[in-house]
Design a protein around this ligand. Sequence first.
Ligand SMILES: [Zn+2]
Length: 411
Amino acid sequence: MPADALKCKECSATYPLEARYVCNRCFGPLEVAYAPPTSSAEELKRRIQAGPHTLWRYADFLPLEGPARSALPTGWTPLVKADRLAARLGLRELWVKNETANPTHSFKDRVVSVALARAQELGFQTIACASTGNLANAVAAHSAAAGLPSYVLIPSDLEEQKILATGAYGTNVVAIKGNYDAVNRLCTEIAGEREDWAFVNVNVRPYYAEGSKTLAFEVAEQLGWELPDRVVAPVASGSLFTKIARAFQEWIDCGLLEGEVPHMNGAQALGCSPVAQAFEAGTPVCRPVKPDTIAKSLAIGNPADGPYAVELAQRTCGGIDSVTDDEIRAGIRLLAETTGIFTETAGGVTIATLAKLAARGDIGRDERVVVYITGHGLKTLEAVAPTTGPTATIAANLDAFHGAFDLEENN
Ligand SMILES: [Zn+2]
């Protein structure tokens, strides 16, 4: 399925596969369009199964000209059957896609792998991004592995863990006194001036966004080439959410999967929920908000793909919900206590939304549900710090231990 062109999502105007992201005619966003596959489903499947255990096994569905390569292998993360969590929520079949297992512990390694590979094909020598934290980690790490200089621009009030982990890779960390939307605006201005820099989520964004499709490809393959009935995933810009559905559709269209795109449920934090608000109001128009939530990696007040996320949720009989910061903390604990997977706040948003859907009876009795856990809990330790200290702090003697724990005698 070779990449064909960049195509405007609004007016369908097409452009060559260059570093460009906005339509000259209508200012709509561009995305990669593919020519119909020339191989049969069987041949595509055979090639995938013979591929590496990284996201490059899906190279036939990614926008690269040459053989895919990256110095920091990414993807093929575990799909974990979460029976204890399912039982707790009254669900029949629940799977957790554990994206914390990527090199920098979030799904952003996927989008950066694809953006960086395409940027190198286009001849860029410097990599940059606007980030809410996870992307900063990934851009710094993958640029370091590729031997390219990088600049990551972040809001200065990000979680300390994310800032320190980013700096470790020897990148230029630029902390901006402003929120993500201000950082993003500045990056767009810099990208206009520095045409020799690839901003992964600005001027090469159409390629970057394609990386999220591998989240769906992997799940389908790991489920034995079958579709889930329902997906619950976080919504920040709305890109990951819409690309997951797009990927399932591509595989249905080329005969690799049978059925329909799953019900798509998006998850937002109440303190930054422009997409959930638009869904509730029944309109695709997302009114920008000023973020105020512990889920900083989802704190995009003016989400670029928000309208498409609303339309997708409507079309698939899914939804977009929002949850409070306390529910987010409870979601982090619930996932950790039932699966052994420790997620950052974004995953807390996703699990809290899943719990809400289950409690509301929105999930059918026989459904197979997949939830996407997009980042690791060590990235946002401060969010759970108030509730996860030592169970007891005692002197180093047996009496103190017995005093702290009222255990039955061991005969
Ligand atoms: Zn257009």
